[in-house]
Ligand binder design. Structure first.
Ligand code: NI
Length: 135
């Protein structure tokens, strides 16, 4: 049988998380249709930004993630302890913040930039990327 199917292999989330140490620098675990499943280690502040064309899904694997949101009703912050999931709707300006070292899983269309389509000045500790391949 001839096949051009890509070979799909299992991936260990803990091993993937153990393979890098850079903060705010997502790794692509796998893709689902045209979405990336990414994992990242984070601590401290990200940058205010907005994804005009897509929602962004967060799952906290360890630690605690805060996401500040600028909505039409005003600004608020959601607090996501370990095990919590949250979706930032498209078009909503947001700024993630982690008070302690935190591990997160993200789901977003392949090619989505970490700093969105519009953003404040990007601090040096924030990686501007569409996600890196796992080593
Ligand atoms: Ni975002």
């Amino acid at each position: 049988m001839t096949s051009t199917e890509p070979v799909s292999l299992p991936v260990s989330v803990p091993v993937a998380l153990g393979s890098f140490s850079e903060l705010w620098s997502p790794r692509i675990l796998t893709t689902v249709n045209d979405y990336d499943v990414r994992v990242a280690k984070v601590e401290g502040e990200h940058v205010w930004h907005v994804h005009e064309g897509t929602d962004e899904f967060f799952l906290v694997l360890d630690g605690e993630l805060h996401i500040a949101l600028r909505e039409s009703a005003g600004e608020r912050t959601v607090v996501l302890p370990k095990g919590s999931a949250f979706t930032v709707p498209r078009g909503v300006e947001h700024r993630p913040y982690a008070p302690v070292r935190t591990e997160i899983l993200l789901l977003e269309p392949s090619g989505t930039l970490t700093v969105g389509d519009r953003h404040d000045d990007v601090p040096g500790h924030v990686d501007v990327t569409t996600g890196h391949a796992l080593a």
